[in-house]
Design a protein around this ligand. Sequence first.
Ligand SMILES: *Cc1c(COP(=O)(O)O)cnc(C)c1O
Length: 422
Amino acid sequence: MSTSHKLFELAKNVIPGGVNSPVRACLSVGVDPLFIDSAQGAHLTTVDGEKLLDFVMSWGPMLLGYSHPEVQAAAAAAAAKGSSFGAPCAQEVEMADAVVRTVPSIEMVRMVSSGTEATMSALRLARGYTGRSKVLKFVGNYHGHSDSFLASAGSGLATLSIPGTPGVPEETVAHTLLAPYNDIDAVRDVFAKHGDEIAAVIVEPCAGNMGLVLPAEGFLQGLRDVTTEYGALLIFDEVITGYRASLGGAQGRFGITPDLTTLGKIIGGGYPVGAYGGKREIMERIAPCGDVYQAGTLSGNPVAMAAGLATVQLLEQADYATLEARTAALVQDVKAIFAEKSIPVQVNTVASLFTVFFAEEPVVDFESAQKADGERYASFYRQMRQSGINLAPSGYECSFTSFAHTEADYDAFLSAVRKVQF
Ligand SMILES: *Cc1c(COP(=O)(O)O)cnc(C)c1O
């Protein structure tokens, strides 16, 4: 029996489902999870010594690759001086300064410990600032697991077919309004009815939690216009796209200025970090400067800040254009291989993100994402894993490339795809 299998058996006894985050259980692809011992560059090594070429990259954080020496060194140096102080430290100020420098719309930023915490805090701030209660979110967009956002949220909830979740009061989601992604007319209809009650529209500027779905031409600008018209805030949830869609995130790429932005994943350099930031006037409403309460014992943790800062500084010098071109070429080749096999696929891509949908029609929203063949994706996942390639264990997720992936890695990915058959 493999060590992975033994660990999973033990885990199931002491951790619900054997995992600390549902999608990791690999339920929708019908296999057991692999337990990872170490990771380097673009490669994972399991507890059984099996090597896998990875296209998940910890769900996005490892844009520089696993165990980047400079990030490791920065974290180790900080840890050697003490792991947590619960008092201000230099690293968090430098980190905040780096975020303000790199993300176009952010003038002030507050550090938290996860993406979930970032979005729930941003929503509280938007509600406090506007004095309104409702939030508009998009079907299939995921903003972490806080109550208000657990209506029609993609990813884990999509594959587990939980229509929201027990444990969230109806009264809470009653304040959550929904519209289909990329449907600006639907958004305008919601505003026509509830415009003066809506505190904020929250959107993934490139949706990454129903598989990758790109914003239609004019969609983000339309959101900017309608929120401005009604005095609601526009929140870009850039937990995936921050530092990935471009150095300045999706807002930098598309030239749209949100009022608030949430960050996570990449900015922690692999440590648990989230952040929310935006216009000074809004951010100054947060305690102790203002009256909207939000706090965190481990917020601005020196080790996490050191790793995050090293990551952002390295990304400021990184060659995003080449990574994007390489990813685009990979996607072209994947499409060509499946075309040759007469297997219908839609491969959405932007920057270093892509998703292979086994679908006949373009995927532009949650409804079209749901038309993709989940069985086929599961088989694809299993066959790729047999060939030593690790993909997201759900068709409702993105695949991630990184600055650590080499030409040989892309070739290995394509050889594995060539072998796939249904
Ligand atoms: C991952 C993710 C979150 C939640 O972040 P956690 O760190 O998992 O809490 C929020 N929004 C988006 C867009 C995400 O992809």
